[in-house]
Write a protein that binds this ligand. Sequence first.
Ligand SMILES: [Zn+2]
Length: 382
Amino acid sequence: MRPAITDELTDYRRIPRTLSHVYYDPLTPENEAEVEKIFKALTSDPSDPVQHNRKLTTWGRTITVPESSSTVAKFRFDELCGMPLSAADYLEIVKNFKTIFILDVPKMGMSQKDKARRFITFIDAMYSYSRASVLTAPSHPYLPSAMSATAFRPALLIVDVQEDFCPRNGALAVPDGRAVVPVINDLLALPFVLKIATKDHHPPNHVSFASNHGPDAEPYTSVTTITNPANARETYETQLWPDHCVAGTPGNALVRELAADRLDRVVLKGTDPRVEMYSAFRSPLRDPPLASAVSELADLLRGHEVTEVFVTGLAGDYCVFHSAVDCAEEGWKTYVVEEATRSVGGQEGWEKAAAQLKEKGVGIVRADGEEVGRVRELSGSA
Ligand SMILES: [Zn+2]
């Protein structure tokens, strides 16, 4: 990620994505001039001139932005982290600007813990909004030693990449489902701290099979009501499907092209015949939760001190969707890798699911994006 090599002819306005997290270090006069040039290029629109000391307001407080256009802001490190700003203040800054320059990021030891903590909070906010940053540092390494305490321990979750969910012979084939496998195999080669696949693993009498609901029940269109065995008042409606992923059948197997030898663990779901379990974490029953429909997934992730989870697999609008929602709700930073999923409802189904996922705080990322890139970088430091 550093240092960035830039060439004279680059039009920086056209490459905001590739600008993401560009570090200049050490801060030579040439680098400083280069950074100033990028800032000028990004703020060269005469209808959107640079303002000095722009005021932002959040929670009744005022934050001053030393130099900014409507999309680009520039701070010296001390203007950003040298004063007692909170996470909410940093989010407000990050929400307002697409690209943020932070100049003169110092080397921080334990005596500058407050500054280091604020810097980390700010960088987290940048990641959560996928913002681009340009950082400069007077000496290498600029990263605070306290930063190493902020662990980045990503896990890869591969949901239900099973023969029955894939064309051509799958009983419940997701359109183009098999196309996720090469993408997932590439991800499996990365240094995730934990690589878990899940399997839909149903007994033949599973409640989600239309065949278990009499002659009028139709897969894909009929629904049935599921009742909490411990609480008759808690119910939910669920869609019926063709028989699929029955334990012991070929359709239950992980797709044969999947690099399963790289998996740390396979977690089974949907094993209780009485309840549907789209989420790899648990059934929707909450009052009380049905113990036989709560998997060991959350415990595994906690046990390995995972900090973020990258979700992939099938299907984007059902099991991937519900797994990602539960994952975020359990407190992990959660991403779905877009090319590594396909949906029952095709592209349209995915777009609807993706919009809802974003509302629930799940990031939608690309396999070649910067979030996965952070995992890739772990290989160098491992
Ligand atoms: Zn199922």
